[in-house]
Design a protein. Structure first.
Length: 146
């Protein structure tokens, strides 16, 4: 016999809950499927257990390896990007780099990394730089002021 969609929706889809404590004739009377004495046989027994089982709660938390440092790291920028985006002879500060959209936050600081070539004369103020990047900047005629 095939069931039509209207009869399926009218039937009860939700599973009946276990009706305990309705007399011994039901098969779930007297102790109401709680067993004999003990914490779980009392009212509120299950809830009380969850509060006390700290170890079980701790074991449910996913563990990740290592840790994430809270130290503020400066944003890095390469010399190749500066060669393309910056103008000749301009003073480059973290706030200027934020304005032209090369970094997200100026407060964390900026570190210049020697990747690529620099032929423009650029002056840096308030930026960090690697040793090799500093050599390339000075060779191009620019300077770095901390």
């Amino acid at each position: 016999m095939a069931l039509s969609p209207s009869t399926i929706s009218s039937r009860r889809i939700k599973k009946n809950t276990k009706r305990v404590g309705r007399g011994n004739g039901s098969g779930k009377g007297t102790y109401s499927a709680r067993g004999l004495k003990g914490q779980r046989a009392r009212s509120g027994g299950k809830r009380g257990l969850l509060k006390r089982a700290f170890k079980a709660q701790l074991q449910k938390v996913p563990k990740s390896r290592g840790f994430r440092s809270i130290a503020i790291r400066p944003e890095t920028i390469t010399l190749a990007v500066l060669e393309r985006k910056a103008e000749q002879g301009i003073e480059i500060t973290p706030f200027y780099l934020k304005q032209i959209g090369l970094i997200k936050k100026a407060q964390n600081g900026v570190k210049i990394v020697a990747s690529g070539e620099l032929k423009k004369k650029l002056n840096f103020k308030g930026c960090l730089a690697t040793k090799k990047a500093l050599e390339i900047i000075e060779k191009a005629g620019g300077k770095l002021v901390y």
